[in-house]
Design a protein around this ligand. Structure first.
Ligand SMILES: [Zn+2]
Length: 357
């Protein structure tokens, strides 16, 4: 059986609301989709619906300043991608809920980082998820497709605590959650993530209350974004620095990213930061095609009973190198042991496995 790769991208502006929908979302995504099509491979796009809804609310003001309607641009692209066989799944950054546009700048609610923190009750979370899923499902319908949203990814991988969220996903037929990153730990202000206790050897597992804890009775399958442990210093390649800090990235965002990295300013704190062990994600914008391939081939075989699936990640706003992405897909296409599938296809395989066992 071939090893299955999911080429997923998060489709959104920068985390602080800066950026431009055409430049950082629509144009790079179109380039990636065309490259995928050269090899007959599907791209899986996690569309940030909360942000899309904010653009919808401020349609008039945004169209007046930008000279185009960002919500309409996103809608048109999603429709087009579905018709061309690509996959659109649900992604949410709760900070965009109730975001306010003032003097052409978005102000987000940085105190709300998880869907569970938005509401007190599971009923409210379920209604919230149902409405956002419906936004994408309507686009599937408009495209004449019978497909629907089957996968979900949390903004900034913040799936803990997520008991209410997981219940809501299951109620709305979203069978795959893909936010866990093995080995990731983040504790700052509102964010408390600890993905060190996940089932280490597994490719995917059933969950009910927590994405990091297996519950064989769970109705949602967690498929982590693939990662392996390394030191930050290994990641200091020109490619990654270019993707993260130059050209495409607004100045205010660059400064905030340096602060968020927690690197500090003294030589000792910078050194400590660089040699820290942390999970390096299989990210096709931050790694060379050769390194991606090597890491994919080095992944041990899936344990008995698991699908041999590996979820890669990218971000539309970090895509600038068509040549590297093309080289990667050339190598994948030439490797008889690998195949690219969509998250939607994975969800069908997972459902089938569940009904057999
Ligand atoms: Zn995101």
């Amino acid at each position: 059986m071939k090893r299955k790769l999911v080429l997923s991208i998060d489709y959104e502006l920068f985390g602080n609301g800066t950026g431009d929908v055409l430049r950082h979302m629509v144009e790079p995504t179109e380039r990636m989709a065309r490259i995928c099509e050269m090899f007959d491979m599907p791209l899986t796009v996690f569309l940030e619906v909360e942000e899309y809804l904010a653009f919808n609310r401020e349609r008039e003001a945004l169209t007046a300043t930008l000279g185009y309607d960002p919500a309409a641009a996103i809608h048109a692209q999603a429709l087009d991608l579905i018709r061309r066989g690509h996959d659109i799944e649900l992604h949410l950054h709760p900070e965009w809920m109730g975001a306010v546009l003032e003097h052409d700048q978005w102000h987000l609610r940085s105190d709300k980082r998880t869907v569970d923190s938005l509401f007190d009750t599971a009923v409210e979370v379920s209604a919230f998820i149902g409405e956002r899923k419906a936004v994408i499902d309507e686009i599937y319908e408009a495209a004449g497709s019978s497909r629907r949203v089957r996968g979900y990814r949390c903004g900034a991988f913040c799936a803990q605590p997520g008991g209410k969220l997981l219940m809501a996903l299951s109620e709305h037929g979203i069978v795959i959650e893909s936010s866990a990153v093995k080995g990731m730990v983040r504790k700052d202000g509102q964010v408390h993530l600890d993905y060190t206790g996940v089932p280490k050897a597994r490719r995917h597992w059933q969950v009910t209350l927590d994405v990091a804890t297996e519950d064989t009775a769970g109705h949602v399958t967690e498929i982590p974004v693939y990662s392996r442990m390394g030191r930050r210093v290994q990641q200091l390649t020109p490619r990654r620095l270019l993707a993260k800090f130059f050209g495409n990235v607004p100045k205010r965002t660059q400064q905030e990213m340096v602060r968020q990295f927690g690197m500090g300013r003294t030589p000792a704190s910078v050194l400590r930061f660089l040699v820290q062990q942390f999970p390096i994600k299989l990210d096709f914008h931050n790694m060379s095609s050769r390194q991606l391939l090597r890491w994919i081939r080095e992944v041990p075989p899936a344990p008995e009973g698991d699908l041999d699936v590996i979820v890669l990640i990218g971000h539309s706003k970090e895509h600038f190198d068509d040549a590297n992405f093309t080289r990667f897909l050339v190598s994948v296409a030439a490797d008889p042991a690998l195949e690219v599938v969509s998250m939607s296809e994975i969800s069908e395989m997972i459902v089938k496995m569940g009904s057999v066992s």
